[in-house]
Design a protein around this ligand. Structure first.
Ligand SMILES: [Fe+2]
Length: 182
């Protein structure tokens, strides 16, 4: 299925369910990036452990941990239940190809957060989420007494979008570095 169709399909899910899809992707990143590093540094010995590639992949893995935490908090604040329904990660016969697949997953994650943000904006505009947004503000930031013009859900989603945009760029860079080494 083309990525645009997949994103449209996911966007039709109830909001917490939609975010559960990104939770699965983020969880997969947490597992995949250290595995990729181990494979390149210790098994194939094609990349140095102090290299830029390793630094980038470590950062992507660590940030995915925070993202999981953010997403779980949003889902719970909306009355949903976070689920960890991720597929088994297969072998990695070709590292560059595996990195290209990771890039596609980073792009998918970014696309879902973007779609979630526009849906959240629609709902906030329609006044549906004010109560939930206030509750989330007190849960997440403990600053309900200092309301911002945007809802805290939007703020969190914007942070996630900015981070994922940089993950896409960094993963693209990793692929270019690895291709040059071939
Ligand atoms: Fe990411």
């Amino acid at each position: 299925m083309a990525q645009d169709d997949l994103v449209s399909e996911i966007a039709r899910l109830p909001f917490p369910e939609m975010l559960n899809r990104t939770l699965a992707l983020e969880y997969r990143f947490i597992v995949s990036y250290p595995r990729l590093i181990d494979r390149m540094v210790d098994v194939e010995k094609t990349v140095d452990k102090e290299s830029e590639v390793v630094k980038i992949l470590k950062q992507l893995g660590q940030e995915s941990v925070y993202h999981c935490d953010y997403v779980m908090r949003i889902i719970r604040a909306l009355g949903g239940e976070p689920t960890f329904n991720f597929e088994i990660i297969a072998d990695m016969p070709d590292i560059v190809h595996h990195c290209e697949e990771q890039l596609e997953r980073e792009m998918l994650t970014l696309a879902i957060y973007r779609r979630a943000k526009s849906l959240a904006e629609d709902r906030i505009r329609a006044n549906v989420w004010h109560r939930v947004a206030n509750r989330l503000a007190s849960l997440l930031f403990r600053r309900a007494s200092q309301p911002t013009t945007k809802g805290p859900i939007l703020e969190l989603l914007e942070k996630l979008i900015a981070a994922e945009r940089s993950h896409v760029e960094k993963m693209d860079k990793v692929i270019r570095i690895l291709q040059l080494q071939r």
